[in-house]
Design a protein around this ligand. Structure first.
Ligand code: IMP
Length: 186
């Protein structure tokens, strides 16, 4: 372990959701999705990069035929706040017209990013669009959104791990923790 890696844990103020808690909730969500989409042509549309660990676990908990596709977006803003101005960096590889889309996202904070993404996808005329988010931070919501499959509601704290980053770091932590505020004030 390098000195850089060794300091990762020092930047965690508290563990909010441990590995076992995440994994049992993701298994439940997978079972719900498998039940609801069993007979449908479903595409899981995931948003790079934070949702990747969640997507990987979720799809293996949903033993039904499904397809994957990816969007990469960047939202302008400060390091811990989004502005609502979203740019598509990577678009879907395949058409979604007439198919059932389930968006798989790591966290809904203000809702601005997802609101943009939903409009972007709706323009491509899918049969339906639903939203699955591992984390919901309702305290900061600006745009109301219906979360059809929700993992956990969390308090208004900046979290890292299980895909979530701060300045591209901490994504590989196997739990979800609160980042020490000193780190982003540095
Ligand atoms: P929104 O547009 O404010 O809902 O922000 C959504 C995006 O901001 C998420 O997909 C994350 O990439 C990022 N984000 C929001 N809150 C957090 C957090 O607590 N930790 C890490 N990333 C976050």
């Amino acid at each position: 372990m390098s000195t850089r890696d060794a300091t990762m844990m020092d930047d965690v103020a508290e563990i909010l959701l441990d590995t076992e808690t995440i994994s049992s909730r993701v298994r439940q969500l997978g079972a719900d999705i498998a039940r609801d989409y069993a007979a449908k042509d479903v595409v899981l549309v995931s948003i790079l990069k934070g949702a990747l660990p969640f997507l990987a676990d979720l799809m293996r908990a949903a033993p039904i035929p499904l397809a994957l596709d990816f969007l990469e977006v960047s939202s302008y803003g400060t390091s811990t706040e989004t502005s609502g101005v979203v740019r598509v960096l990577k678009d879907l590889a395949n058409p979604i017209e007439g198919r059932h889309v389930l968006i798989v996202e790591d966290i809904i904070d203000t809702g601005l990013t997802l609101n943009y993404v939903i409009e972007h996808l709706r323009a491509q005329r899918p049969a339906s669009i639903k939203l699955c988010a591992l984390l919901d931070k309702p305290a900061r919501r600006i745009v109301p959104l219906q979360i059809d499959y929700r993992g956990f509601e969390i308090p208004d704290k900046f979290v890292i791990g299980y895909g979530l980053d701060y300045a591209e770091r901490y994504r590989n932590l196997p739990f979800i923790g609160v980042l020490r505020p000193e780190v982003y004030r540095r």
